[in-house]
Design a protein around this ligand. Structure first.
Ligand code: FES
Ligand SMILES: [Fe+2]
Length: 381
């Protein structure tokens, strides 16, 4: 049980004297999800904004994506109104043409190209159905820092994906994903009693590992638990026989959620003594969801989400139904968080009160704070 003084401590750790939880700056040296790869079909150009920085993406001749600052160096016309020409992007105001490194390669009616006629180019990677971008110092853009989301590449799943735009600071959406206790309450009508409610109901379940408390990871947090059979997730397909449910949710900076829920025969939780199931345990079925939070501007955030029931576990109709439930829950999150942002903005300078369920979000805010602190001034190009 959390003691009141622990909770006090959490609050102090979370806000550290700040009275505005939604004024945190953006981390730059990190991979952000720009969008689902399917959003970038054809050569483009495609206009996006990430951490308040307008970006234009296009595909060069071999299909690889290029990302440039979306502001022509000449008179600042948006390059996203330009034209892709082979490996290059031409500004369609006065015709300056840029290469993949952001340098001007051609001007109409002028042979001498000034060195200053260039725009920033950003590392961009297509991986696990997402497009990722690095807006910080390109010299430290290490692709091994992209979270392993190989689960998205499993073609034996029926894969659903979507996105929403929030009128809210990214940290409120992160808070929501780092504290799954809200599921049983905010989503009581749509997805209530889903597996996420294990975090809220840990005392009710006999097989909870570590009280379903958030534990710190290197760049995020983990919540994992055995959930009693009574709490069978409504997001698990009906074909999966009843049993003990194992759930694990990792939430990784800057906002990638990896959730997997697995069903095992009754008694497996006891056999495992509350510890994670090993490969020797026979799994009856599972469901996964990957989600990602990308700040667009101080009060705008993109939220990407997916659901992946196994083809063998559910007919298309049932899978479609599960997806509809998920969409309903996301609509509830959106409505609540946008309203919360409005209240925060209407009452600046006040301090929030903490409760024990805040542990996850506070741990996660601390991860983000340490990433920000680690950024040298040189990284903030
Ligand atoms: S503004 Fe782009 S060429 Fe002039
Ligand atoms: Fe939610």
């Amino acid at each position: 049980m959390k003691q009141p003084q622990d909770v006090e401590q959490h609050v102090d750790n979370a806000y550290g004297g700040e009275r505005e939880p939604t004024n945190a700056p953006f981390v730059r040296n990190i991979w952000y999800v720009v969008g689902w790869a399917g959003e970038f079909e054809g050569s483009g150009p495609f206009s996006r904004c990430i951490i308040d920085e307008p970006v234009v993406l296009y595909r060069k001749g071999n299909g690889a994506l290029v990302a440039l600052q979306d502001r022509c160096a000449h008179r600042w016309a948006p390059l996203s109104l330009g034209r892709v020409e082979g490996d290059h992007l031409r500004c369609m105001y006065h015709g300056v043409k840029y290469g993949v490194d952001g340098q001007c390669v051609e001007m109409l009616g002028q042979d001498r190209i000034p060195k200053t006629l260039c725009v920033r180019s950003y590392p961009v990677v297509e991986r696990h159905r997402f497009v990722w971008i690095w807006l910080g110092n390109p010299a430290v853009a290490d692709t091994s820092l992209i979270p392993d989301l190989g689960i998205l590449d499993q073609d034996w799943r029926r894969f659903y994906s979507g996105s929403l735009q929030y009128e809210a600071h990214y940290s409120l959406i992160n808070d929501n994903l780092a504290d799954l206790s809200h599921i049983a309450v905010l989503h009581e009508k749509s997805g209530g009693r889903t597996v996420g409610s294990a975090a809220a109901d840990s005392q009710l379940t006999p097989y909870v590992s570590g009280g379903a408390e958030a534990k710190p990871l290197d760049r995020g947090i983990r919540v994992e638990a055995w959930v009693g059979p009574a709490q069978r997730s409504i997001l698990l397909p009906r074909k999966i026989p009843g049993g003990d449910i194992w759930t694990r949710t990792d939430f990784l900076a800057p906002g990638t959620l990896v959730s997997i829920t697995q069903m095992y025969p009754y008694g497996t939780a006891e056999k495992c003594k509350g510890l994670p199931p090993g490969p020797e345990q026979r799994m009856l079925g599972d469901i996964m969801s990957i989600q990602a939070v990308t700040p667009v501007a101080p009060r705008k955030t993109k939220y990407f989400f997916s659901l992946g029931p196994r083809v063998a576990d559910a007919e298309k109709e049932e899978s479609d139904g599960l997806w509809q439930i998920m969409l309903e829950t996301f609509a509830e999150d959106l409505q609540m968080i946008q309203a919360q942002q409005k209240v925060i903005d209407d009452h600046p300078g006040h301090r929030m009160a903490g409760i024990a369920a805040d542990r996850g979000l506070i741990l996660f805010r601390n991860v983000m704070k340490s990433l920000l602190a680690a950024e040298s001034p040189g990284a903030r190009l």
